[in-house]
Design a protein around this ligand. Structure first.
Ligand code: PMP
Length: 354
């Protein structure tokens, strides 16, 4: 594609985020951290009860039914909750709303690759402190003047989780900046920073229905924060698109949140499988940081990761690999069902025995 220079100079260009592949044929799909189990049966019922006549009308722009369910779940006020079309939508609006400084925002060098894309898209200056050699965030790197801070906890693609004391240390050193903790995977990990919201008016926690709630296809994410920040986020949202959440997403999302028993059982199954697969991978010689997410970020000392990636793919087993210098030796493997993981482990065993 060529565009004349005269036109190009006024066009906003970015290197886009590259999502994992979504093959349409039947494969063992361990490449985009989806949940292998269906959503709560309550979601199916909610969808069946949805009256399609109501599709004539715009959905509730305030997403009331979903926000009410989340407010009950998290024991926060409805004014402390913002919902969007997946956490990508929520995070992108957060970048636009809260990162508006001449100082660089800070996020780790190895992290969710979308952060860099949003920073470029919105022309936000940024710096990326290096993770240490164990893939841990060095919190002291965030103790300096900045235009905002964002990191996932657990981090992606490393799956490394830091405890609440660590998150609080970063907050304590950043009273005058917005700190966003992206908790896409926290349900598989441990305590959430949500409990710090009452004490830090600069903290935003983002969450998604795509992982622990098995609803990636419905596109639901949300942010939790002091109501003054949620108000700013709503002002930007209403300046963009009032009706982000479809009626189906609103009722299905609310049904999922109300079914706490199913949610907890789903998480238990994934974490049990993760622990078992971790042991098996270690026995095969793989090396990886302790995973607290629904994926494992592993390398093998005797096997080239990009070759392994291609070989697995040719067998219909999809995992994720990046050609980035610091992580090119690693594969990110989503935790699937026990059956899917058995297929993966058998294939790996065969290759490594050769
Ligand atoms: N944050 C992190 C760290 C992620 O890995 C993902 C998943 N790609 C997201 C946010 C976005 O998830 P979603 O838009 O499906 O809510």
């Amino acid at each position: 594609m060529t565009i004349r220079d005269e036109l190009l100079k006024n066009i906003r260009r970015v290197d886009p985020y590259v999502p994992g592949e979504q093959p349409q044929d039947k494969v063992v799909k361990l490449n985009t951290n989806e949940n292998p189990y269906p959503p709560s049966p309550a979601v199916k019922r909610a969808l069946e009860e949805l009256n399609t006549d109501s599709f004539r009308l715009y959905p509730d722009p305030a997403s009331g039914v979903l926000i009410k369910a989340l407010s009950d779940f998290h024991r926060l006020k409805e004014e402390q909750i913002f919902v969007g079309v997946g956490s990508d939508d929520v995070l992108s609006l957060c970048f636009l709303t809260f990162f508006n400084s001449d100082q660089p925002i800070l996020f780790p060098d190895i992290t969710y690759s979308f952060y860099k894309v949003w920073a470029q898209l919105y022309q936000i200056p940024y710096e990326c402190p290096r993770l240490d050699s164990d893939f841990r965030i060095v919190k002291e790197d965030y103790y300096r003047v900045n235009g905002g801070v964002i990191f996932p906890n657990p981090n992606a693609p490393t799956a490394v989780y830091e405890d609440l004391g660590f998150v609080e240390d970063i907050l304590e050193h950043n009273h005058d900046s917005i700190v966003i903790v992206d908790e896409a995977y926290v349900d598989f990990a441990g305590r959430s920073a949500v409990e710090l919201i009452g004490r830090y008016d600069n903290l935003i926690v983002t969450r998604t229905f795509s992982k622990s709630r098995s609803m990636a296809g419905m596109r639901i994410g949300y942010a939790l924060a002091d109501e003054s920040l949620i108000c700013c986020l709503n002002d930007v949202k209403y300046s963009f698109n009032s009706y982000t959440m479809s009626q189906a997403a609103l009722v299905c999302g609310a049904a999922s949140v109300r079914d706490r028993v199913y949610f907890e059982e789903n998480i238990r199954k994934i974490t049990e499988t993760r622990e078992w697969v971790g042991k098996e991978l270690k026995a095969l010689g793989f090396i990886f940081p302790d995973s607290k997410a629904n994926f494992i970020f592993a390398k093998h000392p005797d096997y080239d990761a990009s070759q392994l990636f291609e070989e697995l793919k040719s067998e219909g087993i999809y995992v994720r690999h990046w050609n980035d210098a610091r992580i090119k030796d690693y594969l990110r493997i989503t935790v699937g069902t026990d059956g899917e993981m058995r297929v993966l482990l058998q294939s790996l065993k065969k290759k490594l025995e050769k």
